[in-house]
Design a protein around this ligand. Structure first.
Ligand code: MSP
Length: 676
């Protein structure tokens, strides 16, 4: 297998890490850990983009030199990745001499090919994006579509890269490498952009000094994207002649497989400019560019003006590092936009982690193993095996294969889905085999088989979750009495055969892997994050997720008053707009004791905490049939108590003489979305 090289974007050093940048970094860490587990040589690079006008201006605003500024600002990144247990093999800064030297080497190779020439450039420049825009790409009033800020007119002498020459070679390259960009839909966008024809690209600046000097013409500094993209090679010591840079020889194609993980907004730089530079330099392109989507927070875009940037460290402190890593990889489909929701995180913690995996370990290890087998993993008695055991075993191997396939295709969310299918199957197995009853009846032989089957599944789960939740995986192994997993090259540790758990091992049962949060603890957790007790309004503006913007009921106009008094059965739009309808996802549903009609629902309506709604639909729905459904609620109905329980909204439903159906949405609309 070729050595695997995975990179994140190098982040602009003027920001602090937030949940979006943490997402790429965690994904790269998960993939690296997974590849190592499979016995593959793997290398993970992250780092910082430290040159350019944006950084120079940010430094100036703080009264620092750019170097002082970047030296200071790198620390939060290093610390955040350490906190999140992301273990890059290298952390590159573009101000390091090793990078500058190799970026210049790349420039020289391209210049020697005749692909760089001196010209003059004039166009609109967005400092936020560090990129030029032509008029047609701007919003009215010459506003940058990304940053919603006015762009600047810049005219200067500039070196150009002959990008136009690479229109056809790039299209040919794409044709030969159908998996170059993922997801496929984004690849189509890239191809149509290139098919329109490419303009030469300005790759140097003279209007500021904070950059890498252009070889042979130090009046110019390199365009920050030329500088930044070359980090993927410079961190390996490339470009270099064979034999001069071992890492480059080993990890870069054709000998290695290189994957760049990027956000969808910077795909064009990676999928068009970068392979064009490399084609020109006579080097191989990376194997794959994976463009993930963007995260909103509780239904809202993160932005400086809203002050709702969500930083990962406080979340890790309150919920635990592994829970945060799990949530980010599980809730968002890689490649699609997603929403970070505190309510969903807590629901997954309580449901999948505490009730699912944690409980599976605990329900057998804490009592049965201690009482019936003196704390040791039993040696199973084969004569007592039943079809239940065969089924669980085949399910375990099926799920392990499925999860690996998904990880091979960079679908961490689906891999976790497959792993949790096994968690569910094993919990159902425990329900059916009732080990505590076997213990009571003294059926020790059968019990040994049952306990072994469950704990062997737990062992497999421990391996499979380890890329996602490395510390919890070790805790789990420790409780089973096993040594930490040690990934070694050419040694595949992914579960593929049944029976890896040695009978007789002395277990070390401990605290629950994932403590469940009750309602008070959920509120306390949110409060620690600075979210006010009603769990909707952020207490401070910096850290906190904000409440999704509800459409404000419009003020009553004269027209609406007239309409209301006419009483002809119609209402005005203003009347209708007073009702706040929202999409909500049902997180839990249970019957209200002593009531035939009422169900107690907990729903995610895109707010910081779930809402409780008491709905009169128990005669039409089994509670479990509602879980996961996206329904429509009246969100601004005055809360009221039903059978002593507070109901914070109303579920919309349609009924006829055949029965009643709650209204759902046909597409995949985010919880919290307004219905109108
Ligand atoms: N410095 C360039 C990258 C150069 S790579 C050779 C850059 N830096 S950045 O700090 O602005 O952005 C880094 C990454 O963060 C991008 O991949 C971007 O998509 C990602 N994200 C920024 N906000 C995000 C979300 N809200 N959600 C997910 N990812 C987001 O661009």
């Amino acid at each position: 297998m070729k050595p695997f090289y995975v990179t994140t974007p190098i982040y602009y050093v003027n920001d602090r890490p937030h949940i979006g940048t943490a997402y790429s970094t965690i994904a790269a860490d998960v993939l690296t850990r997974y590849q190592r587990l499979r016995g593959r040589q793997a290398r993970f690079l992250t780092g910082l983009d430290e040159h350019g006008l944006k950084i120079a201006r940010a430094a100036e605003a703080q009264g620092l030199t750019p170097q002082e500024f970047t030296d200071k600002m790198q620390l939060p990144f290093r610390e955040a990745w350490q906190t999140l247990n992301c273990q890059p093999d290298d952390f590159i800064r573009t101000t390091e001499p090793r990078h500058k030297e190799r970026a210049q080497a790349l420039w020289k190779r391209i210049a020697e090919r005749g692909d760089i020439y001196l010209g003059e450039y004039e166009d609109w420049y967005c400092v936020g994006c560090e990129t030029f825009y032509t008029e047609k790409d701007l919003l009215p009033g010459n506003i940058c579509p990304q940053h919603q800020r006015p762009v600047e007119r810049i005219k200067e002498s500039s070196y150009f890269f002959r990008l136009s020459k690479y229109t056809q070679p790039l299209l040919d390259f794409y044709e030969k490498h159908p998996d170059f960009v993922k997801p496929a839909a984004r690849f189509n966008e890239v191809k149509s952009f290139v098919r329109e024809g490419l303009r030469d690209l300005s790759v140097s600046r003279t209007s500021f000094r904070w950059g890498i000097p252009v070889p042979g013409d130090p009046q110019h500094v390199m365009y920050v994207w030329f500088d930044a993209l070359s980090n993927y090679l410079s961190a390996l010591g490339g470009p270099e002649e064979p034999g001069q840079a071992p890492l480059f020889d080993n990890y870069w194609p054709p000998s290695g497989e290189a994957m760049h993980i990027v956000g969808k907004d910077i795909l064009r730089f990676h999928a068009v400019y970068w392979p064009a530079f490399l084609l020109s330099a006579g080097l191989e392109a990376p194997t794959q560019i994976w463009a993930h989507g963007w995260l909103t927070v509780n239904g809202q875009k993160m932005s400086k003006s809203l002050g709702n940037f969500l930083h990962p460290e406080p979340l890790a402190e309150v919920f635990g590092v592994d829970v945060l890593r799990y949530y980010l990889m599980r809730d968002m489909a890689f490649g699609q936009d997603g929403d970070f929701s505190h309510a969903n995180l807590m629901a997954r913690l309580n449901g999948e982690l505490a009730n699912g995996l944690g409980n599976l370990l605990n329900r057998v290890l804490a009592s049965v193993v201690q009482k019936s087998f003196a704390g040791r993993i039993p040696v199973p008695a084969p004569s007592t095996r039943t079809s239940e055991d065969d089924l669980l075993q085949s399910e375990a191997l099926r799920c392990a294969t499925a999860a690996a396939e998904q990880l091979d295709h960079v679908a961490p969310q689906r891999a976790l889905e497959a792993i949790w299918e096994l968690v569910g199957a094993a919990n159902r197995y425990v329900d059916r085999t009732e080990p505590w009853a076997l213990a009571k009846r003294g059926e020790t032989e059968r019990l040994s088989q049952v306990v072994y089957s469950v704990l062997e599944v737990v062992r497999m789960l421990g391996v499979m979750i380890s890329p996602f939740m490395p510390s919890k995986a070790e805790e789990l192994r420790h409780q089973l009495g096993l040594d930490p997993l040690m990934a070694t090259v050419s040694h595949d540790l992914w579960p593929s055969v049944w029976g890896g758990l040695p009978g007789g091992t002395l277990t070390r049962p401990g605290k629950p892997l994932f403590p469940r949060l009750d309602k008070d603890e959920e509120r306390a957790a949110l409060a620690r994050l600075g979210i006010t007790p009603d769990a909707t309004t952020p207490a401070s503006s910096d850290q906190q997720p904000a409440k999704p913007k509800a459409e404000k009921p419009k003020e009553k106009s004269k027209v609406s008053e007239t309409a209301a008094t006419e009483n002809d059965g119609t209402i005005t739009y203003e009347d209708f707009a007073k009702v706040e309808l929202r999409v909500a996802e049902v997180l839990t549903a249970e019957r209200v004791p002593k009531s035939d009609k009422l169900l107690q629902l907990s729903v995610n309506a895109g707010e910081a905490a779930p809402r409780q709604i008491i709905a009169g639909i128990a005669q039409h729905y089994a509670p479990e049939a509602l879980v996961g459904k996206r329904i429509i609620i009246v969100a601004n109905l005055k809360p009221r108590k039903l059978m002593g329980l507070l109901s914070q909204g109303m579920v919309l439903a349609a009924s006829d003489d055949q029965g009643l159906c709650v209204t759902t949405v046909a597409g995949d609309v985010k919880p919290g979305s307004i219905v109108k």
